[in-house]
Design a protein around this ligand. Structure first.
Ligand SMILES: C[S@@+](CC[C@H](N)C(=O)[O-])C[C@H]1O[C@@H](n2cnc3c(N)ncnc32)[C@H](O)[C@@H]1O
Ligand code: SF4
Ligand code: SF4
Length: 347
């Protein structure tokens, strides 16, 4: 309950399921698809004290803190910030390519029960080094996986899915399952360097449909043997799950959780160029209240407002398409999702 100008406002703030923090923009790699445009610089990034202020606010109304980047291990104060989050009972995990991860670092992480997700884009040096534009990425990432497994801190594998690594990422599912961990694949979104390379690299239309069907069957086989879950973080995959008789719901997170950039900008979806504030100017709570009260975020999730193939689609309640992808590629938040087979099939 908030007290505003002497008036009691009976409005509890809605919890934000998780907050994703781009701890830094700096990265030792330079992936051709990076949604964050990460490079060797991170101008104006939050100081340790500002980051602690962010964590304090997140702990108030969110249940989970995910640290990404850039390369989060490049932040010298990373463990200090993780300790601070834990002091406030805020669980956290991080995503890294792991190329600078050492046994000593993993030991420190294990002492803090910090779980680590490692991003691996294929199963060959040729693929991983090419996509990250850095020699040695594959071998270093594989080593980081071994280190984290040994330390008991490997939470899962993530991978960015595109045309060049489509086949390898199917085999990667078996690889991850063999390690005993789950996997979340991100289909390429047109943001940052991912926007520059989208037309050349993205799996769309019939090719994407075929991939998602193969992914589904492979995930099903793995699940029969191991109970491990593999999924593609894309609303279109929810439609595929539904078509195979699974209970599912629309996972489009636009306006349903928050992301904070290295410079404090708050964005309404990991893959949408949609700034809703900056934590240096307003409290996170205020920004979140504004997002939850903003009718745009309700309208965007109402299938009646969708256009083209998405507007007419039988599955638009459980899918609705990736609204960020629709906007980035067409300039219209409500347009049909250009990656979907049904959109391409209808011209
Ligand atoms: C931005 S990165 C930061 C953490 C770390 N440097 C890494 O690469 O994992 C976090 C995750 O975003 C995903 N990602 C990056 N660019 C993407 C894009 N254009 N589309 C979809 N996913 C992307 C990758 O799967 C990556 O694991
Ligand atoms: S995807 Fe990750 S590893 Fe690759 S450049 Fe971006 S932040 Fe760095
Ligand atoms: S047409 Fe739109 S709502 Fe239907 S499955 Fe494709 S992306 Fe989803």
């Amino acid at each position: 309950m908030d007290i505003f100008l002497g008036i009691v406002v009976l409005q509890e703030i809605k919890p934000c399921p998780e907050l994703i923090w781009f701890a830094t923009n700096e990265c030792n790699l330079s992936c051709i698809y990076c949604c964050n445009n990460s490079n060797s610089e991170s101008p104006n990034e939050l100081s340790t004290e500002e980051a602690k202020g962010l964590i304090r606010q997140v702990a108030e109304f969110s249940k989970y803190f995910v640290i990404i980047g850039g390369e989060p291990l490049l932040r010298d104060d990373l463990f200090e910030l993780v300790d601070y989050a834990h002091e406030l009972s805020l669980p956290c995990s991080l995503i890294t390519k792991g190329t600078i991860l050492s046994e000593e670092w993993a030991e420190e992480a294990a002492n803090r029960d910090l779980l680590v997700n490692i991003a691996l884009d294929g199963l060959t040096p040729d693929m991983c080094d090419r996509l990250s534009r850095t020699d040695g990425t594959y071998h270093k990432t594989r080593k980081a996986i071994d280190i984290c497994l040994k330390a008991g801190i490997l939470q899962g594998i993530t991978s960015t899915l595109m045309k060049p690594n489509a086949k390898e990422t199917l085999d990667l599912m078996d690889f991850a399952a063999g390690l005993g961990v789950e996997g979340c694949w991100m289909s390429l979104r047109p943001l940052g360097r991912g926007l520059e390379t989208y037309r050349e690299l993205a799996l769309t239309g019939p090719g994407y449909e075929e991939y998602l069907q193969s992914f589904y069957h492979r995930a099903n086989e793995i699940r029969k043997k191991t109970e491990l879950n593999f999924y593609v973080y894309d609303p279109i995959y929810c439609r595929v799950l539904h078509q195979h008789g699974n209970d599912t719901y629309n996972i489009c997170g636009l306006g349903s959780y928050l992301n904070v950039n290295a410079n404090g900008d708050v964005i309404a979806c990991l893959f949408a160029d949609l700034k809703v504030g900056n934590i240096r100017e307003k409290s996170l709570k205020e920004i979140w209240s504004e997002v939850t009260a903003n009718s745009f975020f309700n309208e965007i999730h109402d299938p009646k407002n969708l256009k083209g193939a998405c507007g007419e689609c039988t599955y638009n309640l459980i899918c609705g398409g990736c609204r960020a992808r629709a906007y980035q590629l067409t300039g219209d938040w409500f347009a049909a999702d250009p990656a979907c087979y049904y959109t391409t099939a209808n011209g």
